[in-house]
Ligand binder design. Sequence first.
Ligand SMILES: Nc1ncnc2c1ncn2[C@@H]1O[C@H](COP(=O)(O)OP(=O)(O)OP(=O)(O)O)[C@@H](O)[C@H]1O
Length: 271
Amino acid sequence: MGKPILEIKNLEKVYNETTHALQGMNVSFHEGEFVVIIGPSGAGKSTFIRCINRMIDPSQGEIVFDGIHMEKMRGKSLRKQRSMIGMIFQHYNLIGRTNVIKNVLHGRLGHMSLMNSLCGRFSKEDIQEAATLLKQVGLDEQMYKRADELSGGQMQRVGICRAIIQHPKLLLADEPIASLDPHSANKVMDTLYKMTCERGLTCIVNLHQVDFAKKYATRIIGIKAGRIVYDGTPNDLTDEMIQNIYQGKEEQIVLKQSHQSVFLKEGMANG
Ligand SMILES: Nc1ncnc2c1ncn2[C@@H]1O[C@H](COP(=O)(O)OP(=O)(O)OP(=O)(O)O)[C@@H](O)[C@H]1O
């Protein structure tokens, strides 16, 4: 196993003082792992992945990425640390009116001077690398088309190139195939897996589809009601465990909330 790249300690997220989306998560990720997170809708998968790069601020806990505490960072130093983390989104987040190669080059913005990034002045090396990446994912003919002329699967492969050109140490993918048909989904997962493996990158992917998780993951984490209930190899994940992950979600969240509401009422009574 590679050395740890990300360590999460007691991570909690409470929305609106009532919804305990993450209830104290402890987990480490190592270099070169391809980890798939599964769990029912509302289990906390997106919240977890978005706390890692601080798109969402955690309520409590530690996020140590590459030896640095992400949860304490602000402003410029947060942006710098974030530039080492690539992100792939369910809805691609491309700029539709801009051409494909420019969308890929946007992945370099975090590494450029303010002036160059404002003027969109990309180096020859960056342009060359963007073109090579697009070729590798089979999109060389689409390079100068507007991004909104592409299919969903093609857009997601552009999203992968944009994340890879960042030269990240960690790649996060939040439901990257949820909007795709099975054929495109396979192609996107093949691309993601190949590109991360070739570079020895650590990749954490949220997926709804257990079959895809089993096909690609080196490790699967099951989340239920904001807690890790499975952490192991795809082979060890039995049908019974899958059933356990996908059942009884509402019960646990409501239970925690009702505890808190009792606590709040008691607090009010005392006050
Ligand atoms: N911005 C928000 N404000 C309030 N509650 C939120 C917010 N985002 C998420 N939640 C709640 O937090 C819990 C976890 O949501 P999250 O989106 O992380 O789950 P998920 O496993 O990614 O679900 P899905 O697979 O449906 O995307 C849910 O109960 C959800 O309703």
